[in-house]
Design a protein around this ligand. Sequence first.
Ligand code: LLP
Length: 416
Amino acid sequence: MFTEKEGIVHCEDVSLELLAKRYGTPLFVYSLNSIKNMVTAYQEAFRKFSPIVAYAIKANPNLSILREAGLLGAGADIVSGGELHRAIDAGIPTNKIVFAGVGKSHAEIEAALAAEILIFNVESIPELKLLDSIAGEMNLTAHFAIRVNPDVDPRTHAYISTGKKESKFGLDIKTAIEAYRLSLKMKNVEALGIHCHIGSQITKTNPFVQAIEKVVRVIREVRELGASINYLDIGGGLGIDYDGTVPPTPSELANVISPFIEESGCKLIIEPGRSIVGNSGVLLTRVHYIKETPIHRYVIVDAAMNDLIRPAFYDAFHSIEHIDTRQARTETVCEIVGPICETGDFLAKGRKMPLPASGDILMIRSAGAYGMAMSSNYNQRTRAAEILVDKNKFKLVRRRETYADLSRTEKEIEDE
Ligand code: LLP
């Protein structure tokens, strides 16, 4: 979806040069049709299980993206009251919303119950008890799934590995079964499913198979207790190509895990985030200066760790390319860094690439997921604008922040 036409990279049919000129940089640009294709790819791959593709809002919560996903029939995986609010705002039907997270607050549980979401993915016994008591106060029945921690290594970065026994997520198999048993004595909760999510940026099918195999065994035991399990929620986690490592497609994943889903007799919920939006977006940045030091050649750009924290936080690799490829440039090795006052503020280290010049526009690939979503105002930098492209049309879907935005929540109370 980001391809070169006559020497200029385009998003679908729109020139990135034109967008950078019109809206300035740093600028996130998303391809609507790439997003749609990925949602549809999941729906098609798992069609026989009447899947709910519960898009993981945390990956990119832009309202326009949520609306488009909702129009295609997607649901939402949420982890906070804020995400619930956004999902509802975007018109995602609440009966397709699933709510995970180890620290759901009283107010968040209440709001999600009032909204009649499909399932609470419960991560501890105290949470199950609180859910029962709040549902009781509201005279409602809360439908839940227990998030099982299957103790499987997803072979990904330690910070985004969530299904090993030492992680804070979910309940080990024994405790999970105990939770279902306890729920049978509770008045206001009812089991409806089972959940697991073992991590993110997973590039092989094997960890998924290992996890689902274990979860299906748990389903059998739980049903014997008398709890009903109609939904199997296998979480998200399918990786994307950042550096040439090509992960499985949704249909390749479906091929290997379908026999287990079939055996469970459940309807399927899947919670993809990164694989829907990651490679559907880029971050455009302009080169300020080239600075030569005795050790390094620094390319100082106008995007920084506050716009895209992944390189600083996970040492993540993002491909960085010129959007204008017409000019001949000499290959060099450079450090691509932002203006923030931290040595950790880099977008690429020791990167071999054609030497940029001041004023060049660079495109940081694979920035559609966990880019804008994890951005901040650190160093009092205003957050970037976002553009959604649909064939030859484009729309500003979030305006660039202003200096007034930066102090609004302080000024508001001073003015009261
Ligand atoms: N479901 C649950 C319960 C999750 O915790 C997550 C992601 C997802 C689904 C979606 O996973 P995905 O399909 O996007 O892999 N900030 C990190 C990624 C954190 C993922 C957190 N949970 C990064 O930039 O790599």
